[in-house]
Design a protein around this ligand. Structure first.
Ligand SMILES: [Zn+2]
Length: 525
């Protein structure tokens, strides 16, 4: 294997430096499984595209160069005339684990059709610490894409102390650190947190710093859905400051999840946020972010509108508090304020719920229909149990300012009922990439593959380089487009002609194949 790999590497590199110009000793004949010719190759580094052929042998890229100058044989030749050849994209923020563990959706088709070959799971503080066990289950189940893991502060906290709204004892703190340690030894890429959510919100900065130090020992990163993206509690900029502080104190790279200025109170603060991040980067800290290209976020209605102290302990306790007359005045005031913060009752679109008569209606429409106030309408829906909303709370200036930064990569934060799960990468390509837009195609590709692999420490992926794993997309730029929208959230995107995951053709001539080429990506310390 080593001999074959170095032979292939040697040939490819020789070709890259002197194809066709200098007399070289007769090239050895290479046998490839797949050879992609005539495409425009974006190698993931951000460099302009080159007209090169890409050859694949087993699960690796075996050749990159001018195929006419080397003796090549391939079982399958793909003509990529007029098409882009890119590394498979990497989505650093998903909620895809449930799908990958399921028996119906483990092909991860909604990501493959966006040209995504690797998804990260465990974001927002949600990742379980038993990484090895999870990897084994996924391997047994079969998965269509690769998957990398983050261990979640929230998950670890729930495991040790439930949803208690208090500081951990020294013993509990140690128990949380031990779990993060186990996850990192078993191959997690880093620690995630969701300090906005229950129970992440109940933690102080020091608690998180101590856990981040454990992840830092193994070369992991700290990924965070920050404490406040809006004006709910500490405010957007102080929450950002906290994430930067955690990075400085734990000496760990910081990655900001789905960066945004959420709600009317903080619109425009992207400017100060960018300045703060640039400053920290200037001081030598590694700070990066990801972003999804949509004006609306998506979450549970309770996370959007209910104050966090209401959500402590358990779902049942929370449902009791909703009905407690002693809490009604305080709760009503908080909900009214949160509706205003998010842009008013017209900005909140119910997309799931136990009562189907509320689904696909805005809070304003439900209130009008029932002839009640928007606060009463919200309470009525909350009392029926779990419900999700699409929340139109971002403005175009902030979205574009974040997107222009070269430390911001593409993500989906994909969840059911929001089109971002099906269409984030092509949506960004169509809306923000190309001439006269916010970035070049080469930069888009770099910030959807190579840079993301660098940030998350994903080895030998994200670039089209000889010896690297063969995660490769062949994309028709004229057809690469979202088909999903807010009303039709689960339409598959179009334009990916071919997709290889570890050398396995997952999309062939635009058709998704029933093959499971994906692997758990464990980072070995
Ligand atoms: Zn999040």
């Amino acid at each position: 294997m080593t001999t074959l790999k170095s032979l292939l590497l040697g040939t490819a590199l020789a070709c890259l430096v002197g194809c066709g110009n200098e007399p070289t000793s007769p090239a050895p004949s290479l046998h490839l499984d797949t050879l992609i010719v005539n495409g425009k190759v974006y190698d993931g580094s951000g460099r302009p595209p080159q007209a090169l052929a890409v050859g694949i042998s087993a699960d690796r890229i075996a050749f990159v160069g001018d195929h006419r100058s080397v003796k090549l044989q391939a079982d399958r030749v793909i003509d990529a005339s007029g098409l882009m050849v890119t590394p498979g994209f990497i989505d650093p923020h998903t909620h895809a684990l449930g799908d990958l563990l399921s028996s119906e959706r483990h092909l991860n088709t909604n990501y493959l059709t966006q040209a995504v070959t690797t998804v990260i799971v465990g974001n927002d503080g949600e990742g379980a610490y038993q990484v090895e066990h999870l990897a084994q289950r996924l391997t047994k189940n079969g998965i269509g894409s690769n998957v990398g893991f983050l261990v979640g502060h929230g998950a670890v906290r729930i495991d040790v102390m439930g949803r208690d709204n208090r500081k951990p004892t020294a013993q509990e703190q140690k128990a949380m650190e031990d779990r993060v340690d186990q996850a990192m030894r078993e191959g997690a890429l880093g620690l995630s947190s969701g300090l906005y959510y229950s129970p992440g919100n109940y933690a102080d900065t020091d608690e998180v710093v101590a856990l981040a130090k454990v992840a830092a020992r193994y070369g992991g990163l700290y990924e965070s859905h920050i404490r406040d993206e809006s004006s709910y509690t500490v405010g957007f900029l102080p929450a950002l400051e906290e994430a930067i502080t955690i990075g400085a104190e734990a000496k760990i790279p910081v990655h900001l999840a789905h960066i945004k200025a959420l709600g009317v109170d903080v619109w425009g603060q992207s400017e100060q946020a960018v300045t703060m991040i640039e400053q920290a980067r200037g001081n030598g800290q590694q700070i990066t972010a990801d972003q999804y290209p949509w004006r609306a976020s998506g979450t549970h209605l309770r996370n959007a509108l209910v104050p966090l102290w209401m959500l402590a302990d358990s779902f049942e306790k929370y449902q009791q508090r909703l009905r407690d007359p002693k809490l009604a005045a305080e709760l009503n005031a908080a909900i009214a304020e949160n509706i205003r913060r998010r842009g008013g009752p017209e900005s909140l679109l119910l997309v799931t719920g136990n009562d189907p008569s509320f689904v696909n209606k805005t809070l304003a429409a439900i209130a009008a229909e029932q002839n009640i106030t928007p606060v009463a309408a919200a309470l009525m829906v909350l009392k029926t149990g779990k419900a999700r909303v699409i929340s139109f709370n971002m403005n175009a200036t902030d979205i574009e300012r974040f997107m222009r930064q070269d430390w911001v990569v593409t993500s989906s934060d994909g969840n059911d009922r929001h089109p971002r799960k099906y269409a984030s990468f092509p949506k960004k390509f169509v809306a923000y990439v190309g001439e006269d837009k916010l970035m070049s195609v080469a930069s888009f590709v770099h910030r959807s593959s190579g840079l993301t692999a660098d940030i998350f420490g994903i080895d030998q992926r994200g670039y089209i380089t000889p010896g690297y794993y063969a995660d490769i997309a062949v994309i028709d730029p004229a057809q690469y487009a979202p088909q999903a929208d807010y009303r039709h959230w689960d339409r598959l995107s179009t334009g990916v002609r071919f997709l290889l995951v570890n050398g396995v053709l997952a999309i062939d001539e635009g058709k998704t194949q029933a093959v499971f080429g994906g692997r758990p990506l464990l980072k070995k310390p």
